[in-house]
Design a protein around this ligand. Structure first.
Ligand SMILES: NC(=O)c1ccc[n+]([C@@H]2O[C@H](COP(=O)([O-])OP(=O)(O)OC[C@H]3O[C@@H](n4cnc5c(N)ncnc54)[C@H](OP(=O)(O)O)[C@@H]3O)[C@@H](O)[C@H]2O)c1
Length: 234
């Protein structure tokens, strides 16, 4: 079995991991895996009443300040995301901008602030989507483009961060068996999608979290700039 060791700075017992999306299925599964690996979790959430620091992900200054207040970081796991439906006629420029702020711009802001608090050996994982390989079947054009942006960010930043010994990778789920995965699909449409997956089912959130953990840890020490599809073969 591959030993999943999460990188921590020399001399520190626990890896300090910034995690987003903890209120969601993939974030929660990642949190549980990280805790199992002995990490210390510093969560950022957008709603009150959850563990972690609450912040408006569309407010760059507040978001950056929340990250800076965390101090040294070993790893960053960004799972938050918003799925919205829409077509050209219904996605207004304002709607477009808001989703970009949540799904893409906030991720740049967090990485911008967090990376200066990281040292060689650190690792960043971003949860994107296979929408970034073509288009989202359920989401609108803004969702698709936000995920294409994430894939590009991972590819681009891998060069600069690589020079500092920090890895960055993306995970692209296709269909996950959770409320987001079922959003905007009738039961029949959902079953038809599942029918086209070679493994014959949607992913469990933990099956995405396991790939997050692989990319984060020592087992993937020579992997960076990769956007990894986790699709059951679809
Ligand atoms: N489910 C799927 O089938 C599927 C497929 C492909 C890709 N993905 C991607 O996987 C990631 C995780 O999704 P999931 O399936 O776990 O969905 P989820 O259960 O809906 O979780 C998404 C989380 O994102 C955060 N979030 C939502 N709206 C936000 C906002 N306005 N500002 C900041 N954060 C916000 C929330 O976490 P907090 O409450 O902690 O802030 C929320 O719990 C997303 O990036 C999604 O695009 C999912």
């Amino acid at each position: 079995m591959i030993q999943l060791t999460i990188p921590a700075r020399p001399g520190t017992a626990k890896a300090r991991v910034l995690l987003t999306g903890v209120g969601g299925s993939i974030g929660e599964a990642s949190r549980s895996r990280l805790l199992g690996a002995g990490a210390e979790i510093l969560a950022l959430t957008h709603l009150p009443g959850q563990d972690g620091t609450q912040v408006d992900f569309c407010d760059d200054a507040a978001l950056a300040a929340s990250v800076e207040a965390m101090g040294p970081l070993d790893c960053v796991v960004l799972t938050h995301g918003l799925l919205e439906q829409g077509a050209l006629a219904t996605v207004t420029p304002g709607t477009w901008r808001r989703l970009m702020d949540v799904n893409l711009n906030s991720i740049y802001t967090i990485i911008h602030a967090a990376s200066v608090q990281m040292v060689a050996g650190g690792s960043i994982v971003v949860v994107s989507s296979t929408a970034a390989l073509d288009r989202s079947p359920g989401g609108g054009p803004h969702y698709t483009v936000s995920k294409w942006g994430l894939n590009g960010l991972v590819r681009h930043l891998s060069i600069e961060l690589g020079q500092r010994g920090i890895r960055i990778n993306g995970v692209m789920p296709c269909l996950v068996d959770n409320p987001m995965g079922r959003a905007f699909m009738t039961g029949e449409e959902y079953q038809s999608w599942v029918g086209q997956v070679p493994l014959g089912r949607a992913a469990e959130p933990d099956e995405i979290a396991k790939v997050v953990m692989f990319l984060l840890g020592d087992a993937a020490s020579y992997v960076t700039g990769a956007n990894v599809p986790v699709t059951g073969g679809r």
